[in-house]
Design a protein around this ligand. Structure first.
Ligand code: ADP
Ligand code: MG
Length: 714
């Protein structure tokens, strides 16, 4: 480990970011101030100070050993992109200097044709621009032997359409801020200029030894094991969760944290998760745009450090069948800039009222838009969690906890009219955070749970960038806040006193959203029944749920709030389907290859051994006095293996045909449907037989590392 590990964290926290301290040191006073104002206002960097900022940034970066810079952004690939350019510039006289201009800082022009656009740009104008998002500080990333200055940017087309996931997120923050201010104004909290949304993503992951990873084409190509029999010991014993962390893993975690601290990322907790070799890292929450950038960096840093330490990092949502999957609990809240958390009940009547109003808005938003919320986290990997027998489910309901349930029931039944200060306080809302945390946050199965002063969206997958679900959350909240506001205003218009109008709208909202509240076990049959009865969307897989992006009313919402244009939505829809089809296609082909080049050869070799040993035995049977029955038992071994192997060979031929059939489907959506309806079941059928064969074959003849080895050897 480096020297930092011995120093107090505060002494080096953020040392590799061009944050306030570095800016103050490197920029003239007026420029520093102008830049701070720009950042606070969430605006673009004014061109007239860009040159000075760029110069200061370059000086700072070079002092830390940086030679190159890159615009760092989130294309619609689910990862980040960077193209490195050197500071080095040649001059007219042939000498070289290191230069970084304001223009280079503000704007880049990567070749957009190499990134997915979902058909938004025709190829002849494949120009895309990256532009610095000053709300996210530039940082230095270690890599190879050097350092690169990374400038977080948005990525937009020549015509200004978003080609990335960050731009819509920024727009959604603005939309929800404005809607929240309007509603706050109505309920008497005036003068607010900005409302922020925050996220704290709890990142789950697996670490396995690199030597096993290197021998598993499925993990390398697809992120998950396509084959592998369950070990005799799974997670039944629950001895891993919160158990002591193995030393080698702890060293990995410490190094990750040190790197994150240098990048100004507030990593806070680390622990073992439910499954063997599964762990979690959680940062302190930040504004969603920053949290989203930081989560991408967390994944990136973990990948690098894992590699260095001889591990492979598995971020896929379900790397091992039959073993707990990985998610990313997205803790989300909304609060007044520099002030009150609007989801915190607090202990004044005023904060209790705003709490109730925002709570009801969440219920309204999630109920009305659960389909798109579900679609925002749809992916191949997440289908194994949400669509399978694992919590959280594909049905999006809200868990509030006993106390809040009682409070809402009391309001609904009119037992409290909320007119007096005393009654509002008597609701006991001020106890909610404590009670909820300690007594009622037991429902780990809910996809959307209230946890004291925030909601936890647990359906997000471990490998997904959080920008998309948070963009959707913010937008549906903006709409719900506006709806609620309109209802209150209509009641006031109709002659109601303001307080009465607010409370009547809250009560109406509570009644109207009962269907989305589900306090029970989300793993149960009862939830599936409840979903059907209440008419809640229950979309088991990506092709089903991705259609939510084409729903006219949903499109209107995004357009109305200026978060996504109809064209931008269509492109996202296309990209998602395409990624799904490509991903399943890769899985199917990888499986085919593994069966043909590993499983069948290994099994038939062992079958040969068994056959010759059986023949030898049969020849000797009489002379050693072996009974027919005993001989038949041994024949049984060979027979079972031979039959299973033949079945596998037949299924392999079917898989080959099914892949071809998939490719012949007309549209991409047809292909996607075919993948989930036909190709995946075909792959599962093969797996079943292959896994059965695995446990019949001599381990020394089996090339693939087994589940037992990957999950239990350190
Ligand atoms: P819990 O035990 O309820 O899951 P933790 O305190 O462990 O809660 O927090 C989990 C994550 O939620 C952390 O990343 C934390 O920073 C984040 N978090 C806490 N408060 C908020 C909030 N108001 N808004 C968003 N995220 C929050
Ligand atoms: Mg949590």
């Amino acid at each position: 480990m480096s020297n930092e590990s011995k120093k107090p964290v505060a002494s080096y926290y953020g040392a590799l970011t061009f944050g306030t301290e570095a800016m103050r040191a490197k920029l003239p006073k007026e420029v520093f101030k102008a830049l701070q104002d720009t950042i606070k206002a969430g605006k673009k960097l004014p061109a007239d100070i860009a040159g000075v900022v760029a110069h200061g940034m370059k000086e700072w970066a070079m002092e830390h050993g940086a030679t190159h810079y890159t615009h760092w952004f989130q294309p619609m690939t689910g990862t980040t992109a960077e193209k490195h350019d050197a500071f080095l510039t040649t001059q007219m006289d042939g000498t070289v200097i290191e230069r970084f201009s304001g223009e280079q800082l503000i704007q880049g022009e990567p070749d957009a044709s190499s990134f997915p656009s979902g058909g938004m740009r025709s190829t002849f104008e494949a120009r895309g621009y990256t532009a610095w998002d000053p709300s996210s500080p530039a940082f230095l990333m270690k890599g190879g032997k050097g350092m690169t200055l990374c400038i977080p940017t948005v990525f937009i087309s020549y015509h200004g359409e978003a080609l990335d996931e960050k731009t819509p997120l920024l727009r959604s923050m603005d939309a929800v801020s404005k809607a929240a201010i309007r509603l706050l104004d109505t309920i008497g909290i005036t003068g607010v200029t900005k409302v922020n949304t925050y996220a704290g993503p709890e990142q789950e992951y697996f670490l396995i030894d690199k030597k096993f990873y290197a021998q598993r084409p499925d993990l390398i190509m697809t992120g998950r094991t396509l084959l592998g029999a369950l070990p005799p010991k799974g997670q039944q014993l629950e001895d891993h969760y919160f158990g002591s962390i193995p030393d080698r893993v702890l060293e990995f975690m410490q190094e990750v944290e040190e790197e994150l601290f240098l990048l100004g990322i507030p990593a806070k907790t680390r622990h073992n998760e439910v499954a063997p070799h599964q762990f979690e890292i959680a940062p302190i929450f930040e504004q969603v745009n920053l949290a989203s950038d930081h989560n991408l960096l967390v994944m990136e840093v973990m990948r690098k450090v894992a590699d260095k330490k001889g591990f492979a990092l598995l971020l896929f949502e379900k790397p091992f069948a039959g073993i707990n999957g990985s998610g990313k609990h997205n803790n989300w809240s909304i609060g007044i800039d520099g002030g009150m958390n609007l989801l915190d009940p607090g202990d004044t009547p005023e904060s209790n009222i705003s709490f109730l109003v925002f709570l009801v808005a969440v219920l309204k938003g999630v109920l009305k838009r659960s389909a798109i919320l579900r679609a925002s986290v749809a992916s191949i990997g997440n289908d194994h969690r949400l669509g399978a027998n694992e919590a959280p489910p594909a049905v999006i309901t809200v868990f509030l906890g006993d106390l809040l349930e009682k409070v809402l029931d009391a309001i609904e039944s009119g037992k409290v009219d909320l007119k007096t200060e005393k009654q509002i306080l008597d609701l006991g809302l001020s106890h909610v955070p404590v009670l909820n945390k300690d007594y009622t946050d037991r429902n780990r199965t809910s996809p959307f749970a209230f946890t004291g002063n925030k909601f936890e969206f647990r359906a997000v997958g471990s490998s997904q960038p959080i920008s998309v679900p948070n963009m959707v959350l913010n937008t549906i909240m903006a709409e719900a806040l506006d709806d609620l506001n309109a209802e209150i205003l209509a009641k006031i218009e109709g002659g109601m006193a303001k307080e009465d109008a607010i409370l009547a709208a809250v009560r109406d909202g509570i009644i109207a959203t009962k269907a989305v509240r589900y306090p029970g076990d989300n793993y149960s049959e009862d939830l599936q029944r409840a979903a059907a009865e209440r008419g809640l969307p229950n979309m088991k897989n990506t092709p089903e749920s991705v259609r939510a992006w084409t729903d006219k009313d949903t499109v209107s919402m995004f357009v109305k709030y200026g978060v996504l244009t109809a064209e931008e939505i269509e492109s996202r829809y296309n990209v998602r389907i395409e990624r799904y089809v490509k991903g399943i296609d890769i899985e199917a082909r990888t499986l085919l290859l593994m069966i043909k080049t590993m499983v069948i050869p290994d099994a038939s070799e062992y079958q040969g051994d068994l056959a010759s040993s059986f023949n030898n035995l049969a020849a000797a049977a009489e002379s050693i006095g072996l009974s027919d029955a005993a001989l038949q038992s041994q024949a049984g071994l060979l027979k079972t293996l031979a039959e299973d192997l033949s079945k596998l060979i037949d299924l392999t031929a079917i898989l080959e045909e099914t892949i071809e059939e998939m490719e012949e489907q007309e549209s991409e959506l047809d292909k996607a449907d075919f993948c989930s309806a036909r190709l995946l079941p075909c792959m599962n059928a093969i797996r079943e037989v292959a896994d059965k064969i695995e446990v019949q074959v001599d381990r020394s003849r089996w090339q693939l590392p087994t589940y037992s080895e990957m999950l239990f050897e350190h």
